[in-house]
Ligand binder design. Structure first.
Ligand SMILES: Cc1cc2nc3c(=O)[nH]c(=O)nc-3n(C[C@H](O)[C@H](O)[C@H](O)COP(=O)(O)OP(=O)(O)OC[C@H]3O[C@@H](n4cnc5c(N)ncnc54)[C@H](O)[C@@H]3O)c2cc1C
Length: 427
């Protein structure tokens, strides 16, 4: 399904950037116009490397980056406790800090390049779906002790004051977080990169990738580019250029919808401008938009669904939290693909000499793609080896097609477990 997101429908694409034609030579060719590719290209330009070309098969932000929930916060798809157990305190903290720094870099770029993306710097609330607050207490303690990150405790009364729903117990407030229109931000990054010399071509799918002396040759339907370095950043939309790269991720769908404007009713439902998600495995995520709409997302699936099906499913989810909004009209619903590795961490780094990769950001990718872009730009421009911090989580096979069944089964398993816990608590 390729339904226009709300972001795109309200703000159609700027004039298209011409497809690649003819033969070109550049220092670095980035394949993929999502946040991973854009952040790498802009990171290179900001380091003085303007001999960069970015190829996007559709238009900038066509993938997950231009259609996501717009939450900007630290961390990865993989949980902090797992990082700690797998990497030890120092390395886990260094990686987590990379994403916290990325949140700050996003703020700086919005200011520096004057990107009009409705950035709402009001934090994020993690709302407890269950009665037992132990999971929240443990996470708050772990983040403070090992990651130097303080999430503020919100008691039941405080939560009820901020969110008019009896679904939730306590909450944790992450102040260092924002939310924005991701498509407007992607377009802003593109402007920032092109104003510093990066060449961007839309409607330019890379269709082959071959060795070319000490560099690489990338072909598109009407052109070819010879580059010393190539960065593959194609997310869940799979470039189809290297078998082991595509085999490393599962494309998984998630869904989003936008309501009609609520007007003054918004304040009756939410007395916060923070974005909100809950503590289930298959959580709802939602946020108030400046024009008083609610943007609502949730679910993960290996199934792509029609806009009507997404609308039905998410509307049901919304009404479980806010039954008082039963008469609300849903204006648009859409889906997007995330790319997940088996280890739920990004795959970032060198595949072969001059061939780089940034994919598998999962459902938590806005800050991590920014972090990855910085690491890759610094590696390509200055030989910085920091990307090796992520090398424990490499290009392992996602075991397709069995991996799809496994992903859907574990989703259903966790969903059933959460439902059971919910029922048990309400006895
Ligand atoms: C619905 C949804 C909601 C989400 N919500 C959030 C959120 O609120 N916060 C958060 O942090 N993360 C969220 N995520 C995850 C986040 O959006 C992604 O992790 C991140 O955007 C991935 O960026 P990317 O550049 O790797 O991939 P994408 O943004 O998917 O970009 C890949 C691009 O590569 C292009 N491409 C593919 N093949 C080729 C080729 N051969 N040649 C040229 N171009 C090619 C595609 O057209 C696409 O534009 C969400 C994801 C989805 C789908």
């Amino acid at each position: 399904m390729s339904v226009d997101s709300f972001y795109r429908a309200r703000s159609p694409a700027p004039p298209p950037r011409a497809p690649l034609a003819g033969r070109h030579e550049v220092h670095t060719c980035v394949v993929g116009g999502g946040f991973a590719g854009l952040n790498t290209a802009l990171g290179l330009a900001e380091r003085g490397g303007s001999d960069v070309m970015l190829l996007e098969s559709h238009e900038i932000g066509h993938g997950a980056s231009g259609r996501n929930g717009g939450f900007v916060f630290g961390g990865f798809s993989r949980g902090e406790a797992e990082l700690l157990a797998e990497l030890g305190p120092q390395r886990a903290q260094a990686l987590y800090q990379g994403t916290v720094d990325a949140v700050e870099l996003i703020r700086r770029r919005i200011r520096k390049y004057d990107i009009r993306c409705e950035a709402t710097d009001a934090g994020v609330i993690w709302a407890n779906w269950f009665r037992d607050p132990a999971v929240l207490k443990e996470r708050q303690r772990l983040l403070a002790k090992n990651f130097g990150v303080e999430w503020q405790w919100l008691g039941r009364e405080e939560m009820a004051h901020r969110i008019a729903s009896d679904r939730y117990g306590e909450g944790l407030y992450e102040a260092n977080a924002l939310h924005f229109d991701p498509l407007a931000y992607a377009r802003g990054l593109t402007e920032a990169a092109t104003s510093q010399g990066v060449r961007v071509h839309e409607s330019s799918p890379a269709i082959s990738l071959d060795r070319d002396g000490s560099g690489w040759r990338v072909r598109t339907p009407a052109g070819e580019v010879h580059a010393r370095h190539v960065v593959l950043a194609c997310g869940g939309y799979l470039a189809g250029l290297r078998r082991e790269v595509d085999a490393g991720v599962l494309p998984i769908a998630t869904y989003v919808m936008v309501t009609e404007p609520l007007g003054p009713r918004l304040d009756e439902v939410l007395r916060t401008r923070a974005a909100i998600y809950d503590s289930r495995f298959a959580f709802d995520y939602y946020r108030p938009l400046p024009d008083t709409r609610l943007l609502w997302g949730g679910r993960i699936s290996i199934f792509d669904r029609s806009a009507d099906a997404v609308r039905r499913l998410l509307r049901r989810d919304l009404l479980r939290v806010f039954p008082q909004l039963h008469d609300l009209r849903i204006e648009r619903a859409w889906s997007g693909l995330m790319s997940y590795a088996r280890h739920q961490m990004p795959q970032v780094g060198k595949v072969e000499e001059g061939l780089w990769l940034a994919q598998a950001f999962g459902g938590h990718g806005v800050a991590p793609t920014t972090f990855a872009g910085e690491m890759l730009a610094s590696a390509i421009a200055h030989g910085d080896p920091r990307w090796r911090e992520l090398s424990d989580y490499g290009l392992v096979s996602a075991l397709k097609p069995a991996g799809f069944a496994g992903a859907q089964l574990s989703y259903w398993w966790y969903q059933a477990r959460d439902a059971w816990k919910d029922r048990w608590e309400s006895r």
